[in-house]
Design a protein around this ligand. Structure first.
Ligand SMILES: NC(=O)c1ccc[n+]([C@@H]2O[C@H](COP(=O)([O-])OP(=O)(O)OC[C@H]3O[C@@H](n4cnc5c(N)ncnc54)[C@H](OP(=O)(O)O)[C@@H]3O)[C@@H](O)[C@H]2O)c1
Length: 288
């Protein structure tokens, strides 16, 4: 049984949280959610990163490199919480998780959350399997860590929906329970700042079971214009949009799309609903 959600609000003693990957899609959302709760954020980016997360009194940018380990321990000095995520489909995700968790122990960090993925044990997707191993690596060092397992974000398809054409290299009829990234970030801020989440593992799936065809149809209605759902052959994706990726990233994502073809990516929204203490945001909400 996961520990119950706290509704007591922010723990006033938490001074600052280090957010890894703070210039990225997830890191920015988590930074925003923590700042909205009045928590200071040490925003970790790579040296030379062009995507510096939003500035403000509560945000201080630090640089580190997750692959070499440079700056990781220093970035944790004096922080009470760490939100760890790995760069997308990174081949060294497990070693990175081991290193980050080790530094968190050494630096005496009291709250640690790891951003995993829904169904990390699905062996048909190598990057999910790495997340499963990374969860193990974190847990071996920090039994009190909280693990979040989000479904795919609704925001992944938002730009395409707004542009009128959602093109995917898998079946447009496969089912998904995509989740609002800001809901995920709100939960991330909860688990780091509220009591009662030590050792918890939470699936974070959205409230609706929808295919890409459904998502396009709803977007069309909300936006008042046509939105197409288009399936392109995987091979076309590999030589087109994915041509600039490394071979490993391309293969990992191709395995993911094949898995989506077979069964989509579906989870149970109950935990997300409980942790938020409200109904999770729907696709219509996100579009609006
Ligand atoms: N997208 C989804 O639907 C979804 C769902 C569930 C879980 N996830 C997981 O969420 C995680 C984050 O995804 P995302 O979409 O937020 O990724 P993202 O936008 O690519 O952000 C990743 C960040 O990591 C930084 N980074 C890359 N290499 C680094 C290094 N060597 N040292 C330090 N920082 C480095 C990047 O910095 P730069 O800005 O300098 O490149 C980037 O800001 C991934 O592990 C993904 O599997 C994603």
């Amino acid at each position: 049984m996961p520990p119950p959600a706290s509704t007591t609000g922010c723990d006033a003693t938490l001074n600052e949280v280090l957010v890894i990957g703070a210039a990225g899609k997830t890191g920015r959302a988590v930074t925003r959610a923590l700042v909205a709760r009045g928590v200071g954020v040490r925003a970790a980016v790579r040296a030379g990163s062009r995507g510096i997360p939003y500035a403000g009194e509560l945000v201080r940018v630090v640089t580190l490199d997750l692959v070499t380990g440079a700056g990781v321990a220093a970035a944790m000095e004096g922080v009470e919480g760490v939100y760890h995520l790995a760069p997308n489909v990174h081949p060294d995700e497990v070693a990175i998780a081991r290193r980050v968790a080790h530094c968190a122990v050494t630096e005496g960090v009291s709250r640690f959350a790891y951003h995993s993925v829904l169904h990390p044990d699905d062996v048909s997707m190598p990057h999910h399997q790495r997340k499963s191993e990374a969860e193990g690596a974190v847990r071996a060092r920090l039994g009190s860590a909280t693990v979040l397992r989000p479904a795919a974000y609704l925001q992944n398809l938002l730009g395409a929906a707004l542009a009128g054409r959602i093109e995917v290299p898998h079946s447009v009829d496969a089912p998904f329970t995509n989740v609002d990234l800001d809901d995920v970030a709100e939960v991330a801020a909860h688990v780091l700042t509220d009591e009662g989440h030590a050792g918890g593992t939470y699936d974070l799936a959205g409230p609706e079971r929808l295919s890409v065809r459904d998502l396009a149809e709803i977007a069309g209605k909300v936006l008042g214009r046509s939105v197409e759902a288009v399936e392109i052959p995987l091979q076309e994706w590999m030589t087109g949009p994915a041509a600039g990726l490394t071979e490993q990233a391309r293969d990992d994502l191709a395995a993911m799309f094949r898995s989506y073809d077979r069964e989509g990516l579906v989870g149970d929204p109950t935990t997300l609903r409980r942790l938020l203490g409200r109904e999770p945001r729907s696709w219509r909400d996100v579009l609006a």
